[in-house]
Design a binder for this molecule. Structure first.
Ligand SMILES: Cc1ncc(COP(=O)(O)O)c(C=O)c1O
Length: 383
């Protein structure tokens, strides 16, 4: 009965695409404990270092004492808890939008948004490297969309010329999750002004950790912005910043919102508290940028080819088996580094994805790069 599943898993393993995450039993600051090893964690998206903060945990536990621990139904079934509406208003006001809509995760937010708001006769263009959740949403909604070359605004222009002035949506990210490069926002918004398309920008990796007071890169300029609490905000859940009409529309037509139990109301209270904390962390944002610059300069000096313009840095490996071996060797040397393989990246284009956080020091990075260089020589990536 299970033979076909076993066969498919065997194919996955033989192709070096098998997913088998390490077991961890503790994660604190920049460290992660696995087996009898304490590793420096370069795989987490806790950019501002908030998710193990004692004070924040205390504030959060108070909220969970005060409110029910579950919302026990979808918002369209059991009502909109006032604290959720208040939190959504706070977020909309802070980021300069008419409205905001909370979701259980960034994945679900994109699934709901992308499957719902694009109407049948509308044109939709998307950057080739948008997140899987956006692609899944487009597929779920049966949306006919075309892609343009990653972050190539000149190619986006060509695609728009073909549309010939008809209405169009453009979907992109601000800080790309795998490549670590930043949206060419200046040219993107110049083109938007010139042509007049509507934009949806996924700011999962930049809200909270970039921009003034953590406002990200495109808020206020993009028509719709997707954010998550799961990265710089050190929490769970997600939010979409959007015009009120789309919130209303999604309450009526977005299946992932209508047919799913909402986040617990305590979450909304925590979201307001964490926003107040994040706004004030200018020093951490500044440190992260300085650290990222240090890492990039040192990678360059070590002759290690990479892409990335901020705290996400991507090192090209290629072969899946090689990426696995390199990551394992780094693990044995005391580092947790994510290696990304197909289908997250194209087949044969595996990468090591480094993410930096507030707790890393220049010394950590310096030591890590020496180890990385050594390992890359050993496996023939550096010659
Ligand atoms: C660009 C992007 N959007 C959305 C998501 C999904 O967010 P979440 O992890 O909150 O489901 C991710 C997750 O890694 C992401 O990288």
């Amino acid at each position: 009965m299970f033979d076909e599943y076993r066969r498919l898993l065997r194919v996955q393993r033989d192709s070096h695409l098998f997913r088998e995450p390490e077991v961890i039993f503790n994660r604190q600051g920049k460290y992660v404990d696995s087996g009898n090893k304490r590793l420096i964690n370069f795989a987490s998206n806790d950019y501002l270092g908030l998710c193990s903060d004692k004070k924040i945990k205390q504030i959060f536990s108070k909220n969970f004492q005060k409110y029910p621990t579950s919302s026990s139904s979808s918002r369209v079934v059991c009502g909109n808890y006032s604290v959720v509406l208040q939190a959504e208003k706070n977020f909309a006001d802070f980021f300069g939008y008419e409205d905001c809509l909370f979701f259980q995760s960034g994945f679900q937010a994109n699934l709901a948004l992308m499957s719902t708001i694009f109407l049948k006769d509308q044109n939709v263009l998307a950057d080739k490297h948008i997140h899987a959740s956006s692609i899944m949403g487009l597929k779920l909604g049966g949306v006919y969309f075309k892609t343009y070359n990653h972050n190539k605004i000149s190619h986006l222009r060509k695609r728009l010329e073909k549309i010939n002035g008809r209405f169009c949506w453009v979907i992109t990210e601000s800080l790309f999750s795998m490549d670590g490069d930043l949206l060419d926002w200046d040219n993107f918004f110049k083109l938007k002004e010139e042509v007049g398309f509507l934009s949806v920008v996924d700011e999962a990796h930049s809200l909270g950790a970039m921009g003034k007071d953590g406002r990200g890169i495109t808020t206020g300029r993009s028509d719709i912005v997707v954010g998550t609490f799961t990265k710089a905000f050190g929490f769970f859940g997600a939010f979409i910043l959007l015009p009120s009409i789309f919130k209303e529309y999604m309450f009526n037509f977005a299946a992932p919102l209508i047919y799913s139990t909402a986040l617990p109301p305590a979450h909304a209270a925590c979201a307001m508290d964490i926003l107040d904390v994040v706004k004030e962390l200018e020093d951490r944002r500044w440190y992260l940028q300085e650290l990222s610059l240090f890492a990039r300069e040192h990678l360059k000096a070590a002759g290690i080819p990479f892409v990335g313009e901020s705290y996400i840095l991507s090192i090209k490996i290629g072969d899946e088996a090689l990426a696995q071996d390199i990551s394992k060797e780094l693990f044995n040397r005391g580092y947790m580094v994510f290696y990304s393989r197909y289908p997250t990246v194209p087949l044969g284009k595996s990468i090591l994805r480094l993410s930096l956080c507030y707790f890393h020091t220049e010394k950590d990075i310096d030591k890590f790069i020496k180890n990385l260089q050594d390992v890359l020589f050993k496996y023939g990536i550096l010659k």
